[in-house]
Design a protein around this ligand. Structure first.
Ligand SMILES: [Fe+2]
Length: 292
């Protein structure tokens, strides 16, 4: 621990809280053979060079960490949304993964045309919010955080209550917690969503919108990540606060996740293949949830 005293304060903050959390070189292989594995990208739809490089790195990671599907955290398409834009901003960069049968599940961001719900490769089946259960132990809930209207909240409450899944994972565009200088947390959304998450045992929440990576210290027993820099990047966009477990705003990032029983292993990888964060989360029982 002595060496830590030599590090600048900002870096000390980045070191996180648990010994298992680490940065390093390259993608880590899966920890269990029969685990549920998926990737996470956010704010990915620019179609620029960095987006292609990130997508190529994600495809490369799959050689080491085979995953079956990918979550999209919104802003899947910036600018125009003609067929040729879908090609340029999604189909071409992610072609190796699409061809390999990786299924993408999208949520809508503020830049996305709501008609994306009908785009086949986003697997939304015409719905702006939906849930799916890939196999054993986990159910995913995609929300539309642009319009959190009463029917959507009612649907969410019903779905969460009816789900017997051990891992309930919600993903949507606008973060409930964020140390972003530009946007910050969405407090209105937090007011309506957090009580449902706590009540119904949501363990993990993934958002984008802020163009950086941030792992938030658990809030009321729930793990929150921001992964909104899979193409867009706001360099030095994190205003570090006490809620940051790990923040990174120097390059584009995607995430890899693996659920094995009660544990979830995560890693955050940059466009150039650097692992800037990794670790293991435990599914936190509601009775253990601490109100910050
Ligand atoms: Fe956004």
């Amino acid at each position: 621990m002595r060496a830590l005293r030599l590090l600048p304060p900002a870096l000390l903050l980045c070191l996180g809280t648990a010994a298992a959390e680490q940065a390093g070189k390259g993608t880590l292989p899966p920890q269990a053979a029969d685990s549920l594995r998926f990737a996470v990208i956010g704010d990915s739809g620019t179609g620029d060079r960095a987006a292609y490089e990130l997508a190529a790195q994600l495809a490369k990671s799959r050689d080491i960490f085979p995953f079956d599907f990918a979550l999209m955290l919104g802003d899947n398409m910036y600018g125009r949304e003609r067929p040729r834009d879908f090609e340029k901003k999604f189909e071409r960069p992610y072609k190796p993964l699409i061809d390999a049968g990786v299924k993408f599940h999208a949520s809508l961001g503020n830049h996305d045309d709501p008609n994306q719900v009908s785009y086949k490769l986003f697997n939304m089946d015409g719905r702006r919010y939906y849930s799916f259960k890939p196999r054993g132990g986990a159910r995913f809930f995609a929300l539309d955080s642009n319009y959190m209207d009463p029917p959507q909240l009612e649907w969410l409450e019903k779905e969460l209550a009816a789900s017997g899944s051990d891992w309930k994972i919600c993903f949507f565009h606008h973060p409930l917690y964020s140390s972003g200088e530009r946007h910050g947390p969405s407090l209105q959304l937090r007011a309506v969503l957090e009580p449902l998450f706590v009540k119904h045992g949501v363990s993990l929440v993934l958002s984008g919108h802020e163009h950086f990576y941030e792992r938030i210290k658990p809030r009321r027993g729930i793990h929150y990540f921001i992964a909104g820099s899979s193409a867009k990047l706001r360099r030095n966009g994190i205003k570090r606060t006490e809620i940051t477990a790990r923040g990174y705003d120097q390059d584009r990032v995607f995430m890899l996740m693996e659920i094995a029983g009660e544990e979830l292993h995560f890693q955050a990888i940059t466009r150039t293949g650097e692992r800037i964060d990794s670790g293991t989360l435990k599914r936190i029982e509601r009775k253990d949830a601490a109100v910050p």
